[in-house]
Design a protein around this ligand. Structure first.
Ligand code: GLO
Ligand code: MG
Ligand code: MG
Length: 414
């Protein structure tokens, strides 16, 4: 094949993208509560060992692209749109007014705002460290975030306390750090209550996001379960206002089963927000696009969420790979992530309605109908054939994933 010159490359990408087919129309994509982060779209490919590979992209550009693709909701950190010097000054109002105009112009809504408490040097020892002035500044930032949320019409505020922990063991008292962190969340909730009373509006849903490691060496709240424990610890003044933002990869990173973590949050009534992405177990936070690594697991996750009526946002918290260009981010990375999600969501609906899975499930639940339940051998003997259905269900889910339930077969007679 002939070399592809620089000016032919974008055309090639666009031609192969359309040859892939199977894209959903923007109107279809907009029907889903899929939210697009400013930081995902504008991620420049930088990391500890990586220089950036892409040019900066402004919020106005991101919002314009989201509208064209059919991502109806936009999410942002305070730091994605404001520098620390601009925060809490008249300049903040001007910048927010510009963002409101972009959102309105393109028919995109802000669904969530999140406070950066991990990147800036001031968080070196966490937002809940010993120094009262650091904590006072953190409280101001959280209260300001709530104001930004109300101003932009967001329904959710997310807190990922990535630096809530330590590098050097023994240097912090974990119980004290937890109390100090609770004080910050309490400040955000108090501000929210005051603002919503003044505006006669609803309060935000405050969602805690856990990650087991990175960037801090040891984390005080490393999993969704830890967050659920924290919410009910008695340290929060308004536990009813606080839920979780589970991230798929973050649960996988510690070796957990994301579906089980989601289930635990669901039964606690606290699964309010969901960061969708993919990656590998017991590795760092690679934030790959949804479904590219674990499509079968993803199908199962969405079966669970559909079956239990989850109606919160699906937030595309992934990082377009460094090898994808600025053009590629908006032509390939974001639309294909959205489309894989929609396909998996539709497949989840098929799995829920599948007559074979339904009959198998009903049969498993009906049991063998024997009455001598104090005889373990008899109970086993009576049920041992029905348990084969577990594997049959797994096979059926695989068939659904590959379209084989619709007759797609691979037979190479040569
Ligand atoms: C990083 C987190 C991060 C959060 C974001 C929202 O690993 O996933 O992207 O989701 O800061 O609070
Ligand atoms: Mg996340
Ligand atoms: Mg992540």
């Amino acid at each position: 094949m002939a070399a592809t010159t620089q000016c032919e490359q974008q055309t090639l990408v666009e031609r192969l993208m359309s040859a892939c087919g199977g894209s959903y129309a923007p109107e279809v994509r907009r029907k889903f509560f899929i939210t697009g982060p400013q930081w995902a779209a504008a991620y420049q490919g930088q990391a500890l060992f990586h220089a950036p590979t892409r040019q900066p992209v402004t919020p106005a550009e991101v919002i314009r692209h989201f509208a064209r693709i059919g991502i109806g909701w936009w999410t942002t950190h305070d730091l994605d749109i404001l520098s620390p010097e601009e925060m809490m000054t008249p300049r903040q109002d001007q910048i927010l007014a510009g963002i409101e105009t972009s959102l309105k112009q393109h028919g995109v809504q802000c669904s969530m705002v999140t406070c950066e408490t991990f990147f800036s040097p001031v968080w070196a020892a966490s937002p809940a460290g010993e120094q009262p002035e650091v904590r006072a500044y953190a409280a101001l930032r959280l209260e300001n975030l709530v104001e930004i949320g109300h101003r932009l019409g967001a329904r959710f505020a997310v807190y990922w306390p990535g630096t809530l922990g330590y590098q050097i063991q023994g240097s912090v008292d974990e119980t004290v750090m937890l109390k100090r962190y609770a004080d910050l969340i309490n400040a955000a909730c108090a501000k929210d209550i005051a603002l919503s009373r003044a505006n006669h509006g609803a309060t935000l849903r405050h969602c805690l996001e856990a990650k087991p490691f990175e960037p801090q060496a040891e984390l005080i709240l490393p999993t969704t379960d830890a967050m659920l424990g924290f919410i009910h610890s008695g340290l929060l003044q308004h536990p009813e206002m606080v839920g979780v933002n589970t991230e798929y990869l973050h649960e996988l990173m510690w070796g957990g089963a994301p579906r089980a973590a989601l289930a635990r949050a669901l039964v606690a009534g606290k699964l309010w927000h969901f960061d969708i992405n993919d990656g590998y177990r017991l590795k760092h936070d690679v934030d790959i696009g949804v479904g590219l690594v674990n499509p079968l697991d993803w199908l199962n996750v969405l079966i669970l969420l559909r079956a239990h009526g989850y109606n919160g946002p699906f937030n595309l918290d992934y990082k377009p790979p460094r090898t994808t260009s600025n053009h590629g981010v908006f032509q390939v990375s974001l639309p294909t992530a959205v489309d894989r999600f929609i396909t998996l969501w539709e497949m989840a609906g098929e799995a829920i309605a599948d007559p074979i899975i339904s009959e198998a499930t009903r049969a498993l639940e009906a049991g063998a109908g024997i009455t001598n339940i104090n005889d373990a051998d008899a109970v086993f003997e009576a049920n041992k054939e029905i348990w084969t259905l577990h594997e049959l269900i797994g096979h059926r889910l695989f068939q659904i994933l590959l379209g084989q339930h619709r007759g797609r077969l691979f037979v190479d007679m040569n």
